[in-house]
Design a protein around this ligand. Structure first.
Ligand code: NA7
Length: 552
């Protein structure tokens, strides 16, 4: 970039080029150094591009770098919660447990780095504040949070599906005299709850995992629950060398299968309807899966559970019964029973001893649906009925999922308006990867992609490979820009909504629907046609020479 261009950028209204003279030039800039950012870095580097990833944290790991709350653990089986692209990594790495915990996932990232030497091309402790696309130069100017500018041809947003933390706008939050900690911003040194009265708001996946662990340590734990979660015990167990020997014997076949399954996992859904079985047979079917534990319970369930309310009700009835069996006090059990929405339309939570935690003397469950939190006082949480005195408040309140990590960056495309403005009425993308008017900008696991309903690493590998192949095509063909076609984008959005409407998802307020964030447009944010179909569609687009996109 010339000095003249840099000066012009500095003068742009509210755009990227406001504060600095120093402009670094790269072929590609990657935002984030988790699963997707690191893989994109690896592949683009292999193509010989000058590329750098920028990461807000001080190390690699992405969502797993941040989510260090007690009990944080993956809910996908460990043998598929990893990269599949490297045989060497697959063959050499062994997870110690069926479901890896947060610390071991960071060890895995360390191991991957020891093989691929990725850290050296990541700039840590750096947020991307803004980006402007200049149609004259066909380049993005990216502004870092220290004011420095980077000029790049390609922008790869690998900032994650569930990374933009959501803290409810509770009245009085700043007057609380104790610590307030969001589960995704957990202090690295940990938190000692010994002798403390702790409150936790939120009973999604994070809350469900944290509650039993905090309850073990705290003097008292008050759980503020707005919507009870459908819950399946994870039944996490250690894995032994013999299991690994067997897995590794057929690892490549397993991955081949996973990649061509709707959810990116190698397990088959039962092809039958829930009503093909007698009630007794169904009971056995559920019981076997309940004993096995984990979210395979739903993922391998009957074909009609996600689409037919009556079939879904059969599963709901079973899970309700399990709550009543696990919780001693029938009044508390009733409060923990999720009602009024189909199972699977909010993320089903897995964990260890979650329901049993409510049998402890030092745990209180407060229903904040019937009596919402009115304010956070100096001493605790005030609902309509009562004030609960606590020393520390944990917010397991989730994320501005699917879109938040993208719209929080001041990204300005061809028209000069921001991505946030473009998506004000709902996310608009083509394949969940590109959005019209923002050329050469690629999103990994973007809204309207299948990622959030898949085993995320499987989805990430497909997205990253497609994006980096596309970049390679542009480089070798001498193209300067690629952009989504507004017509194709509109059709993709309508297709995603239409597919969503054939399921039970729209019946529920969830982050899949954007409904967990006040004011966010309600729309189904996931492509639910399956990773297998999606992969085929993306491959067809690439094989056609990206005809449905605008190439220049
Ligand atoms: P989730 O699943 O979005 O859960 C957030 C929880 O916080 C959920 O129970 C919410 O209740 C609750 N919440 C949010 N705002 C409030 C307010 N204002 N008052 C009371 N309760 C509130 O986030 P997680 O971090 O647990 O999990 C996110 C994903 O990470 C998960 O799906 C896995 O894929 C991994 P609500 O249900 O909205 O009534």
């Amino acid at each position: 970039m010339s000095n003249q261009e840099a000066t012009a950028l500095k003068e742009m209204p509210g755009g990227a080029g406001r504060e600095s003279d120093s402009v670094q030039t790269l072929d590609a800039l990657i935002v984030g150094a988790g699963f997707s950012g690191l893989y994109a870095l690896h592949l683009l580097r292999k193509q010989g591009l000058s590329v750098r990833a920028y990461e807000a944290g001080d190390d690699i790991g992405g969502a797993w770098y941040w989510n260090r709350y007690p009990g944080a653990r993956c809910d996908s089986e460990s043998e598929i919660y990893c990269y599949s692209f490297s045989d060497e990594i697959l063959q050499e790495w062994e997870w110690t447990e069926r479901f890896p915990d947060q610390a071991e996932i960071l060890e895995y990232f360390d191991f991957v780095d020891s093989k691929l030497d990725l850290r050296k091309d990541v700039q840590f402790n750096t947020r991307i504040d803004a980006g402007d696309f200049d149609p004259d130069t066909s380049r993005w100017t990216i502004r870092l949070d220290d004011g420095k500018l980077v000029s790049v041809k390609y922008l790869v947003l690998s900032c994650g599906v569930l990374t933009a933390a959501s803290t409810p706008d509770f009245k009085g939050l700043d007057q609380f005299k104790g610590k307030v900690i969001h589960t995704s911003q957990w202090p690295h040194e940990g938190v000692d709850f010994t002798g403390q009265d702790v409150g936790i708001v939120g009973t999604g996946s994070s809350g469900v995992q944290a509650v039993p662990v905090i309850a073990e340590q705290a003097r008292h734990l008050t759980v503020f629950q707005r919507t009870p979660a459908f819950y399946i015990p994870a039944r996490n167990v250690p894995m032994d060398p013999e299991q690994w020997r067997k897995i590794k014997e057929t690892y490549s076949e397993m991955w081949e299968k996973a990649k061509h399954m709707p959810m990116g996992i190698p397990y088959d859904r039962d092809p039958r309807s829930a009503f093909d079985l007698t009630p007794e047979e169904r009971e056995d079917f559920f019981e076997t899966r309940w004993q096995e534990g984990g979210n395979k319970f739903l993922r391998t369930s009957f074909r009609d559970v996600g689409t037919d309310k009556a079939a879904n009700d059969v599963v709901v009835e079973y899970l309700h019964r399990k709550i009543r069996e696990a919780v001693d006090d029938p009044v508390i059990a009733e409060k923990l029973i999720p009602k009024g929405f189909p199972v699977g339309t909010k993320r089903v939570c897995t964990g260890t001893d979650y329901l049993e935690a409510f049998n402890r003397d030092n745990v209180t469950l407060v229903d904040v649906k019937s009596s919402p939190i009115q304010e956070i006082t100096k001493d605790g949480v005030k609902t309509g009925d009562e004030e609960y005195k606590i020393d520390c408040l944990v917010l397991a309140t989730g994320f501005d999922a699917m879109t938040g990590a993208f719209t929080r960056i001041d990204l300005r495309g061809l028209e000069g308006s921001t991505l946030k403005e473009k998506w004000e009425d709902g996310a608009k993308t083509y394949l969940g990867i590109m959005t019209a008017g923002f050329p050469n900008m690629f999103m990994v696991t973007g809204p309207q992609s299948p990622s959030a309903l898949c085993n995320v690493p499987t989805a990430i590998e497909q997205h990253v490979e497609w994006i980096t192949d596309c970049i390679n095509y542009m480089q070798t063909g001498g193209h300067s820009t690629i952009d989504a076609n507004p017509g194709a984008e509109k059709e993709w959005g309508e297709h995603c909504t239409e597919l969503g409407n054939q399921t039970l998802f729209p019946q529920t307020d969830s982050w899949y629907m954007g409904a967990n964030i006040p004011g966010k447009p309600r729309d189904f944010l996931v492509y639910i046609g399956g990773l297998d179909k999606y992969r085929d569609l993306c491959d067809e687009v690439a094989a056609s020479g990206y005809k449905s996109l605008q190439l220049a």
